[in-house]
Design a protein around this ligand. Structure first.
Ligand SMILES: [Ca+2]
Ligand SMILES: [Ca+2]
Length: 199
């Protein structure tokens, strides 16, 4: 590589690094319409009751998915939020269902078995052989899960996806070799063809 080509490559490296930093700032500043509850961002949508399928669609319109509660801490944070907003008595849809295989509850949002459950007493009971979708309900002033008819009515709790375009410093370092080097190589090849142009 000639020195001039190397200098140009360094310039493009610097510009690309700056663009990464800028996009990172943009991503961190805009969480609307989601609210931070515990360590995740949710949209608790109590505008209209709907069935589980409609709830999943509504979340997708916000580029999000029905909530997947993954720990006692996340459950407690949601319970606290719903209690303080006077919404604990409502039914809320989550991403869980055993639609694919009876008794095997999976998250529609991440395609994996539910890693955390907090069923209320006697649940899941698949009542009437027709309960395949997981909602949250209040039992003895505590938020629990229940399997419920997917065509029943509830409100969606949407969960913001983990930002894929954004990255913290640690993730940027991991991503750099995959995406940045490819772009830098393309840039270099374009630059090299300019340098080799004799016309
Ligand atoms: Ca079921
Ligand atoms: Ca049930």
């Amino acid at each position: 590589m000639e020195i001039t080509q190397f200098v140009v490559l360094l310039c493009f490296t610097s510009v690309f690094a700056d663009s990464l930093i800028a996009s990172n700032d943009e991503c961190n500043s805009d969480n609307y319409p989601f609210t931070k509850i515990g360590n995740k961002y949710y949209l608790v949508n109590t505008g209209m009751k709907m069935n589980w399928f409609e709830a999943a669609h509504v979340c997708r319109t916000y580029d999000s998915d029905l909530a997947t509660i993954e720990s006692e801490a996340e459950m407690n944070a949601l319970a606290f939020h719903l209690t303080t907003n006077g919404q604990l008595g409502k039914y809320f849809w989550t991403s869980g269902s055993d639609l694919a295989l009876e008794g095997k509850f999976m998250s529609l949002s991440n395609g994996r078995p539910m890693t955390y459950t907090k069923w209320s007493g006697g649940q899941p009971d698949n009542a009437g052989n027709n309960e395949h979708c997981v909602h949250l309900w209040n039992v003895n002033n505590l938020l629990h899960m229940n399997d419920y008819p997917c065509t029943g009515q509830g409100y969606p709790i949407c969960e913001r996806r983990k930002p894929s375009k954004c990255c913290d410093v640690e993730n940027c370092i991991n991503i750099m070799p995959k995406c940045a080097l490819s772009k830098l190589l393309q840039t270099y090849l374009q630059t090299a063809s300019i340098f080799n142009c004799v016309g």
